[in-house]
Structure formats: C-alpha cells, structure tokens
Design a protein around this ligand. Structure first.
Ligand SMILES: [Fe+2]
Ligand SMILES: [Fe+2]
Length: 279
C-alpha cells in the first residue's frame, strides 16, 4: 500500500522505500514486510562493496536479528531510533556467532536493559554466555516463542551455510525467513527488497568466497527450510527476496549438490582488503 509513510514496504512506491538514516555511512532503514525493518549499511570490504543487514521486528516484544559490527553500533542505534526507542527491545539475537551477527551485542544490551540475547543452544554454550553481559537464551531446533502478535520459530541449521551454531528464525505471521548468510549477495547498492531471484548473485559470491561449510546435510537442511514456504527471504547481505522462497531454497540445494565441491580455489579469499571477514 502506498500510504505515505516513509518507511512502508510496498512494491511500486520507490520514493517511499528509501530512508537514509546516516549520510556519511549510507545506512538506511526500510520496512520490508509488515512491521519488519531492514537496517542496512554498505561497507567497502570487497571490490564493489557489501551490505550488512539487521532486521528489526516491531511488536509487543520488539526483536532485533543481527546486531551488526561493533563499530557500526552508533549508526545501527540511530536507525533503530527512527522506528522505536531502543530501550524497548526485548530480544537481540542472530544466526551464528561472528562479529557481523553479534559484534555490537553488549552495546545494545546496555542500551536495552530488558532485552534478552538469544541464539542456538550450541551458540549459547560455545560463545554467547561467555561474550554477553547477560545470560542468553538458547533455542532448540523447532522451538517456538511469541513476541506479541507473531509466533517465531527457531530452526537449527548446523554448518549451513557455516558455523555449527548456525540457525535461522522464521516469522510465521508474515512467512518471513531470517536466513542469515544464505543467499549472500555482493554489492553496495542493493534494493531493500527484490523480486528477482537472488540465487545467481549469491552463487557468484560463493564462487568468489566459498562461505559454505562442505557439510553432508546441507541439502536436507535446505529442504526443511523450503517446507516452511517462506514468502520473504530476509538475507543478512544483499536484498531481501520476495517470492517463492521454497522454490529458491530447493534450487539452491540442487545447485550445491551439483557443484558443492567448487572446482576452483576461491580467488578472493586472500584478496579482501585488510583480511576482513565479509559474511
Ligand atoms: Fe557468517
Ligand atoms: Fe553474515
């Protein structure tokens, strides 16, 4: 709907989709589904740039999925403030323990004293309960919890795409899958939402930097995610994809089964400026 509110998600209302919250960093916030806001900051960590996204869910118990890098905390905080008071956050979590997922966790926990950090049970065991200033909640595979009008479901996805603590979060109300590093797309200028398939660019990324663990259960796990029939794939890097998420996940599984052992050594692994980790 084109209702004149600057951050609302709509197709065909391009002027409403853009809200830059920091001119210096290019950080922006966009509503990509009902009450779901994508906070995105481009960084020059690979040639052509790369986006780092957090997703903010407005509800009775507001939830932030991915904190962003610690060094991005001021601009992430600034963006959250465009939608709600940060102290109202109740849940702060992420897919797996890396700095782009959890780097600013403690800064956010300080700013939001009632918020609970969360992740996979394994992530809590291995990292979160040591790193976080407050005890974390570890979700089991398939565990559900309510944040108000939405029921969230945690799915444990070990090693998919990487990290034995890896998991994804599904909003059953909007059928949005917060899929972390799956479908990672390179580029700095990425629309908040695209209806063009994101498998081709993410496979290009995988060819450049092989960010997948070479695990044995990848296809089965992707099949489980497809069974959720997500209509929005909320990627941490690149655009969110609106469309038949199940079909795209199954296509990804088939692609990985077909060429999982990439024939060429990824060329960009050692070419990233400053050795920065980019996914
Ligand atoms: Fe990652
Ligand atoms: Fe990531």
């Amino acid at each position: 709907m084109c209702n004149g509110e600057a951050t609302h998600y709509t197709s065909g209302c391009e002027e409403e989709l853009k809200l830059v919250t920091n001119d210096k960093t290019g950080t922006r916030i966009d509503e990509v589904a009902a009450g779901i806001y994508r906070i995105s900051t481009p960084l020059d960590v690979i040639p052509g740039g790369f986006t780092f996204n957090s997703y903010l869910l407005a509800d009775d118990e507001p939830l932030l999925f991915h904190t962003g890098y610690r060094k991005l905390f001021p601009v992430t905080l600034e963006a959250i403030g465009k939608v709600m008071q940060v102290e109202n956050l109740r849940w702060i979590g992420g897919s797996h323990f890396e700095s782009d997922e959890f780097g600013a966790l403690n800064e956010l926990l300080t700013a939001a004293p009632a918020a609970t950090p969360f992740g996979a049970e394994i992530g809590v065991l291995t990292s979160l309960n040591d790193f976080a200033h407050r005890p974390a909640r570890g979700f089991a595979d398939g565990e559900e919890f309510s944040i108000g009008s939405r029921r969230m479901k945690w799915l444990y996805t070990p090693h998919v795409p990487h990290g034995w603590d890896c998991g994804v979060l599904f909003d059953q109300a909007t059928k949005t899958l917060f899929c972390g590093d799956l479908f990672t797309q390179p580029g700095a200028e990425m629309p908040p939402v695209t209806e063009s398939e994101v498998l081709t660019p993410s496979e290009g990324m995988r060819g450049m930097m092989d960010y997948y663990a070479h695990a044995t259960s990848t296809s089965a796990i992707l099949g489980r995610l497809a069974d959720l029939h997500p209509s929005l794939l909320a990627c941490q890097h690149g655009s969110a994809y609106r469309g038949d998420g199940a079909a795209l996940l199954r296509e990804l599984a088939a692609t990985i089964e077909g060429n999982g052992n990439l024939s060429a050594r990824p060329t960009a692994v050692t070419g990233v400026a400053g050795g920065a980790h980019a996914d």
